[in-house]
Design a protein around this ligand. Structure first.
Ligand code: FAD
Length: 308
C-alpha cells in the first residue's frame, strides 16, 4: 500500500507526487493520461519563469521531474470507484476500470476538468488554430483581431470583458434570449465600445480556410435565418466540467457544479483524502495554480500522516 497516492497525472498530480516523494514516503501516481490537459495545448506563455513552452514539451518535463524520485507511475489507469477508509487512519481504496485496485493511507485527487465543446463542424478541426477555450491563456494571441465569445453566462461575459481590452472587436453570442451573467458584469459588458451582443443565436459552424479560423456561422433562432460573422478567433465558454463522475457515489462533498470542495490545506470532506487543481472548487483553472495546489495538497497529506 502507498502512503500517498495521486489520482491524475496533470500539473496537480505531478506536483503533488514530487512534493510527497521528497518527504521520503511511499508515493504513487495513477492516471488515465499522464500529462492531462497540457497534452492538448500548444503555446504556453504564462507558466512563471518559463516564458514560452509547448504542451507536449511541458508534459514530458512533468514526467521527467516525477521520475527523478522513487514514484510508481501507473499510466492508462482510469479510476472508477473510491472506497474510503472505514476508520480514521485506515486505508482508502481506489478501483480502476482495468479491474485493478490500489490502497493508500492518503489520496490526492487531481482528475482535472474538461471544457464543454459546442460540437459543431469546424470546432475540432480548428482547435488551437483560432478555436480557444481559455482567455487567460490565449487572449494575447488575438491582439487587435476580431473574436467571438460563445456563451453568455458569467464565464462568457467575463471572458468578453477581458478580451475586449486586448483584441480589436468581440462578438458575444448567446443561445438564449438573455444573458445569464451577473447584472454587474452585463452592465460592464454593455458599456464597452468594441463589443456586440447577439442573443437568441445558435452557432452552427466554425469556418476556416483550411489552416485557420476566418469566420463563424450562426442561426437567428427566431427566424431560422443563417448569418456569417468574419473573425479570427472563437472562444468557447459554455462550461468547464470537473472529472468527478467517478466520485458521484462516494461520500466526498461536491459543489453544485460537481467540483470537489477542499479546505485551506486541500483536504476534502473525508479525512486523509485531499484534492487539487481543476477538479476542485479553487477558482481560476491554470497550470501554475494546479501545480501550487497539488504541492499544497501533498504537504497537507504529509501533515495528516505524521499525526496518525
Ligand atoms: P488536468 O490537466 O486535467 O489533469 C487531470 C489528470 O487526471 C490527467 O492525467 C487525466 O488523465 C487524469 N484523470 C481524469 N479522470 C481520471 C480518472 N477517472 N482516473 C484516473 N485519472 C483520471 N493553463 C495555463 O496555465 N496556461 C495555458 O496556456 C493553458 N492553455 C490551455 C489550453 C487548452 C487547450 C486547455 C484544454 C487547457 C489550458 N490550460 C492552460 C489549463 C490547464 O491545462 C489546466 O488548468 C491544468 O492542466 C489543470 O491541471 P490538473 O492537474 O488539475 O488537471
Amino acid at each position: 500500500a502507498f502512503d500517498t497516492l495521486m489520482i491524475g497525472g496533470g500539473p496537480a498530480g505531478a506536483a503533488a507526487a514530487v512534493y510527497a516523494a521528497r518527504k521520503g514516503i511511499r508515493t504513487g501516481v495513477a492516471a488515465e493520461r499522464f500529462g492531462g490537459q497540457v497534452l492538448d495545448t500548444m503555446g504556453i506563455e504564462n507558466l512563471i519563469s518559463v516564458p514560452r513552452t509547448e504542451g507536449p514539451k511541458l508534459a514530458a518535463a512533468l514526467e521527467e521531474h516525477v521520475k527523478e524520485y522513487e514514484v510508481d507511475i501507473m499510466n492508462l489507469q482510469r479510476a472508477v470507484k473510491l472506497v474510503p477508509a472505514t476508520r480514521p487512519g485506515g486505508e482508502h481504496e481506489v478501483q480502476f476500470e482495468s479491474g485493478a485496485s490500489l490502497r493508500a493511507k492518503t489520496l490526492v485527487l487531481g482528475t482535472g476538468a474538461r471544457w464543454r465543446e459546442m460540437g459543431v463542424p469546424g470546432e475540432a478541426e480548428y482547435r488551437n488554430k483560432g478555436v480557444a477555450y481559455c482567455p487567460h491563456c490565449d487572449g494575447p494571441l488575438f491582439k487587435g483581431k476580431r473574436v467571438a465569445v460563445i456563451g453568455g453566462g458569467n464565464s462568457g461575459v467575463e471572458a468578453a470583458i477581458d478580451l475586449a481590452g486586448i483584441v480589436g472587436h468581440v462578438t458575444l453570442i448567446e443561445f438564449m434570449d438573455e444573458l445569464r451573467a451577473d447584472a454587474v458584469l452585463q452592465k460592464k459588458l454593455r458599456s464597452l465600445p468594441n463589443v456586440d451582443i447577439l442573443l437568441g443565436a445558435r452557432t452552427t459552424e466554425v469556418n476556416g480556410d483550411g489552416k485557420r479560423v476566418n469566420g463563424l456561422t450562426f442561426e437567428e433562432r427566431a427566424t431560422g435565418e443563417l448569418h456569417q460573422v468574419d473573425l479570427e478567433g472563437v472562444f468557447v465558454q459554455i462550461g468547464l466540467v470537473p472529472n468527478t463522475e467517478w466520485l458521484q457515489d462516494s461520500p466526498i462533498e461536491l459543489s453544485e457544479r460537481g467540483e470537489i470542495v477542499v479546505d485551506a490545506h486541500g483536504m476534502t470532506s473525508v479525512p486523509g483524502i485531499f484534492a487539487a487543481g481543476d477538479v476542485t472548487t479553487v477558482p481560476y483553472k491554470q497550470i501554475v495554480i494546479a501545480m501550487g495546489e497539488g504541492s499544497k495538497a501533498a504537504l497537507g497529506a504529509f501533515d495528516y500522516l505524521i499525526r496518525q
